[in-house]
Design a protein around this ligand. Structure first.
Ligand SMILES: [Zn+2]
Length: 527
């Protein structure tokens, strides 16, 4: 018995093996055959001649932690061919929460009009399952979240007792399914964390068979030192390390990715299991609050906003460097919920129009929005993006929250990567520019990522694997979303199948919701 057959396509199985002509048959949530001339046996048959059939793409760096409670189809991710989003990145996760972590999450959820029904990681995982997302979800524990639960947003190392509580909470969360730990060392309170603390937490991740990911402490002037810190954490804790969205930010740092990737390759040769991921754009996106030094964030978002009202604090800030720099003409407002008209304009432009100094304008904007102003920062070089992409050990992640072109997620001008990342690598970088082959591009979105996560039976297209599948037209696939007009689905992604069910059919969101929360132990991880 077979439920669904994809007939006549070119299979790229994710492993890096050359493409070959084969039918793909599925029964229930499994792939049961990948071979020529599969018998239909009454199954639904989709003619996919001329199309590539590949494992569903895995977004190793997603911020869709709460998006499924607003848009259960996770549509911008689904339309890119993504069948698994890995959440909890850059130091922040939706669970576990208590104390300050609870207050900070609830403020964010209120903006999305979502009511929290969980505190522990296990309760969050169950809430995601109840939301019935269209695609699969898993999550790290955020290091900043962990710190907020145990020690608020204090700018100091943890006491021995606090460190033990963090280790216990991390261990319990991983027993409940978290895939590991992710730090965000430019974002307080994760940024207040020490190397010793992260190595001690990393040891828990190793014991439980998980992965440690890091938005490293500096991606500009001190890029190499920041890579070295995480290599040291990997070495000391014996934990596998994933360096998030690898890049060199700021024009004076362009080209440094050659040294940083060489240092990663040296560490790998010495036995530290460290890799990186990347998104295919020369702009980053984050919060406007990164233009404010860490000390101002001590105590949490509300304390930061109070401090920013003080002219003396502003004067001190003005005299201090911040990692992201303050190139106001390159910092563009993406989303500010009280001022939709700001979206797409630079801080320089908006401050001039308001007759304000850009730093004062930014402080006022942060106060008015309780710290929640999103920016797009044009900070990288195209040469660096290409150089990193050509590295075989670098996988692809969007670094975005799933959006949708309608409803509450459609406002502002968010970074186009939430709609374009995977098609852009396949279209622009593989087909048009030849930076990598199509087969290798698929590998970097599937089997390579799956091997980092130690996913069981996903990220590979073979009989016996879970039926997470994408069908795309290799001659057409491309991103369409731009910085000016970001809420646009890509072209060429035709069908997406999640756990055997059609989630995207002929380019349209299907009605079925077949995604699951994937848990450490049952679905992935292990030593
Ligand atoms: Zn990040």
């Amino acid at each position: 018995m077979t439920d669904l057959v994809l007939r006549g396509g070119m299979v790229i199985d994710g492993t890096g093996a050359p493409e070959r002509r084969a039918d793909v048959a599925m029964r229930g949530d499994m792939i049961v055959a990948v071979e020529r001339d599969v018998a239909a046996n009454g199954a639904t048959v989709l003619d996919v001649a001329g199309r590539v059939v590949a494992p569903g793409f895995i977004d190793i760096h997603s911020h869709s932690d709460e998006a499924m409670f607003v848009n259960d189809a996770l549509e911008s991710a689904l339309h890119m061919g993504v069948t698994l989003v890995v959440c909890g990145n850059c130091g922040g996760s939706s669970a576990p929460v208590s104390g300050l972590a609870e207050a900070e999450l609830d403020r964010e959820l209120a903006r999305l009009d979502v009511k929290r029904t969980w505190s522990s990681f296990g309760e969050y995982a169950a809430a995601v399952d109840r939301a019935k997302p269209a695609i699969n979800v898993c999550s790290f524990v955020g290091h900043g979240t962990l710190r907020s639960c145990v020690m608020g947003a204090d700018a100091r190392p943890p006491s021995a007792a606090e460190l033990e509580r963090m280790r216990a909470l991390l261990g319990r969360s991983m027993d409940e399914g978290a895939i590991g730990l992710a730090s965000g060392l430019i974002y307080p309170p994760s940024a207040f964390g020490t190397t010793d603390e992260l190595a001690a937490l990393g040891a828990v991740v190793r014991e439980k068979g998980g992965l440690y990911a890091s938005h490293i402490r500096n991606e500009s002037t001190r890029l190499l030192e920041a890579v070295a810190e995480n290599v040291e954490i990997g070495r000391r804790a014996g934990v596998r390390v994933e360096l998030s969205h690898h890049k060199a930010a700021g024009q004076s740092n362009w080209g440094k990715v050659r040294e940083s990737t060489a240092s990663i390759e040296r560490a790998r040769a010495e036995g530290v299991d460290v890799t990186a991921d990347q998104y295919p754009y020369t702009a980053s996106s984050t919060g406007l609050a990164v233009t404010i030094p860490n000390w101002v964030h001590e105590g949490g978002t509300q304390r930061m906003c109070e401090r920013l009202k003080d002219p003396a604090v502003r004067e001190r800030i003005r005299g201090e460097e911040v990692e992201t720099g303050r190139a106001w003409d390159r910092i563009v407002i993406a989303r500010a919920r009280h001022h939709v008209e700001w979206a797409g304009k630079s801080v320089a432009e908006l401050a001039t129009a308001a007759g304000r100094d850009p730093l004062d304008w930014s402080c006022d904007a942060l106060i008015e929005h309780e710290g929640a102003v999103d920016i797009v920062h044009h900070s990288m070089s195209e040469d660096d993006v290409r150089f990193v992409m050509a590295k075989r050990w670098v996988c692809i992640g969007s670094d975005s929250r799933a959006n949708a072109p309608y409803g509450p997620l459609s406002f502002g001008k968010p970074h186009p990567r939430s709609y374009g990342t995977f098609p852009r690598v396949l279209g622009r970088y593989a087909r048009e520019e030849g930076v990598l082959s199509l087969v290798d591009a698929v590998r970097k979105m599937t089997a390579l990522t799956a091997s980092r996560l130690r996913l069981r039976g996903r990220g590979i297209l073979r009989s016996g694997a879970h039926a997470d599948v994408v069908v795309f037209d290799p001659l057409v696939v491309a991103d369409v979303a731009t910085y000016e007009d970001p809420h646009r689905y890509p072209v060429g992604i035709e069908h997406v199948i999640v756990n055997g069910g059609l989630a995207l059919a002929s380019g349209e969101t299907a009605r079925g919701r077949h995604g699951r929360f994937l848990r450490l132990g049952a679905d992935l991880g292990g030593r």
